[in-house]
Design a protein around this ligand. Structure first.
Ligand code: NAI
Length: 483
């Protein structure tokens, strides 16, 4: 089997070389094709951080094992790490956080075992990076949560939870505030949960989840979240088991998977051969298991756990009174412990059953549609307009543009209603949302909305516009606070 390998930037080449040496010593039956990705590729003028040849190789081989990569700052380019995950639709980011004996934390010292798998949605949410300045003072980020995208990651999380015989699967969310976006994610969670009655499934609001994860981490098993919340919660979980140096990450898609460590390029220690390769090694072990190389994965993981238990460590963790090893010697210590079993958490060894490569070449982009369109009716529009005037004055101007089809329903500023009722204690910014609805409940069409847009533009700069839709009699938009 052949896989693509990108060594990465900073400490990337050092830790990748250590991990591949461990694989070689264990006779892992893999061939590696090195691909060009990362900072130096940006510097050569490839704006997405990878060469076309790298993209072609990865799409052909289906597996990318990568070191951390630096995104050049202030050049307007997007992170190659995020681009790779999104381009190849690796919709589920799986991160396993387990107590590692030899890596002291407050929980290990208190005898509280941790075994949490965070599954984070990996494509959508604010990571679309679709951002605009609406006025000089007001920035807007669009947050996409889609039904097909949520279903893909949630189905993966349940399937994985079933396979590992998890006790509990929890959805973290903020649906009490973001009723439509997080509400959709939560709805998908319980829709999928119906197909897994043997699993205890529940949901926890994300702020409460953070508190519970640090007070009772042992009560959680699998946690599934949207992208940004998942990003934050998974770093919190990394902290519970000893930090980012022990956090592996698998980006799973239907056709292409990417395995990488969670940490970055650690520029402060690059070139010194002192970086800890454990997180990349754990990511590599997840990759070996994904490829059916169970025996290799178990031997190497048991050797790693035995090494950690013996108190062997790199400079970033462990007993400071004992000498730390450099990256190369740490890898050699693991190789020297092949065949040893740790006292705690030894992994059972099954024979290798290499996955048969599938011919997954796609000819067109898959279109994901999960629900039949319901009857749709446009009932109004939200006009985001620039103005530094008081709400009463804006209302008077807006009402003049309503004509025979529209009535002005309300005006809000940063989501808080300021007209027809409101409080003078609400601070304002120079961008309002004027909500218009059909005057007599008659259905509207797009031409009606454009007519109102043209009319309003005589008085205001219209920064942005959203239609107000009813789907099958249900409101497909949120009410302003106080409406
Ligand atoms: P970082 O994770 O590189 O470093 C944070 C701290 O942890 C530093 O003190 C570093 O020395 C230490 N550290 C990280 N990994 C270590 C290891 N394996 N062994 C020992 N110590 C380790 O985060 P930072 O400084 O915020 O980011 C540096 C660069 O990495 C940035 O350009 C960022 O964009 C990139 N990055 C790339 C990621 C990826 O490729 N997936 C993820 C996160 C950041």
């Amino acid at each position: 089997m052949k896989i693509a390998v990108a060594k990465g930037d900073g400490i990337g080449p050092e830790i990748m070389e250590a991990v591949l040496r461990i694989f070689k010593a264990n006779k892992v039956p893999l061939e590696y094709e090195l691909v060009d990705m990362g900072k130096w590729v940006f510097d050569k003028g490839f704006s997405n951080g990878m060469t076309p040849e790298a993209q072609q190789t990865i799409e052909q081989l289906g597996i990318l094992f990568k070191g951390p990569m630096e995104t050049p700052k202030g050049k307007g380019v997007k992170s190659v790490n995020v681009t790779a995950r999104k381009t190849w639709n690796t919709y589920a980011n799986k991160r396993v956080f387990q107590t590692l004996h030899g890596v002291d934390t407050v929980f290990s010292k208190a005898g509280i075992p941790i075994d949490i798998t965070v599954v984070r949605e990996n494509i959508e949410d604010t990571y679309g990076g679709i951002e605009h300045m609406l006025t000089h003072d007001v920035a807007l980020s669009r947050r996409f949560i889609t039904r097909p995208g949520s279903m893909q990651v949630i189905k993966y999380a349940f399937e994985m939870a079933r396979k590992v015989e998890a006790r509990r699967i929890t959805c973290g969310h903020k649906a009490n505030i973001m009723k439509i976006t997080d509400g959709l994610f939560l709805e998908c969670f319980y829709e999928v949960a119906k197909e897994y009655p043997e699993l205890k499934s529940d949901d926890v609001i994300v702020d409460d989840l953070c508190m519970k994860l640090v007070t009772r981490p042992d009560t959680f098993d699998v946690v599934v979240l949207t992208n940004l919340q998942g990003d934050i919660v998974s770093d919190l979980c990394a902290g519970l088991v000893g930090g980012l140096g022990f956090a592996p990450s698998a980006n799973i898609g239907d056709h292409i998977c990417i395995f990488e460590a969670v940490h970055g390029t650690a520029p402060d220690i690059m070139g010194k051969n002192i970086a800890n390769p454990t997180a990349l090694l754990l990511s590599g072990l997840a990759m070996l298991r994904h490829l059916g190389l169970m025996e290799n994965a178990a031997t190497i993981e048991n050797a790693l756990l035995f090494t950690l238990e013996s108190g062997v460590h790199t400079g970033d963790f462990g007993d400071k009174s004992t000498k730390s090893l450099n990256t190369t010697d740490f890898a050699d210590a693991i190789i020297g412990n092949f065949g040893q079993l740790p006292k705690h958490g030894a992994k059972p060894s099954w024979p290798n059953k290499p996955a048969t490569p599938t011919d997954f070449k796609l000819l067109v982009n898959p279109m994901l549609i999960s629900k039949e369109m319901e009857e749709e009716q446009i009932v109004g529009a939200d006009f985001f307009i620039e103005s530094a005037e008081q709400p009463e004055i804006i209302a008077k101007k807006c009402q003049r543009h309503g004509g025979v089809k529209f009535k002005l329903i309300n005006i809000s500023n940063r989501g808080t209603q300021v007209w027809p009722t409101g409080s003078v204690y609400t601070n304002l910014v120079n961008q309002y949302n004027a909500r218009f609805e059909s005057l007599d409940g008659e259905p509207l069409n797009q031409q009606d909305i454009i007519g109102l847009y043209v009319s309003l533009s005589g008085n205001f700069k219209v920064c942005s516009l959203e239609l107000l839709n009813m789907w099958g009699g249900k409101r497909a938009y949120s009410l302003a606070q106080g409406q």
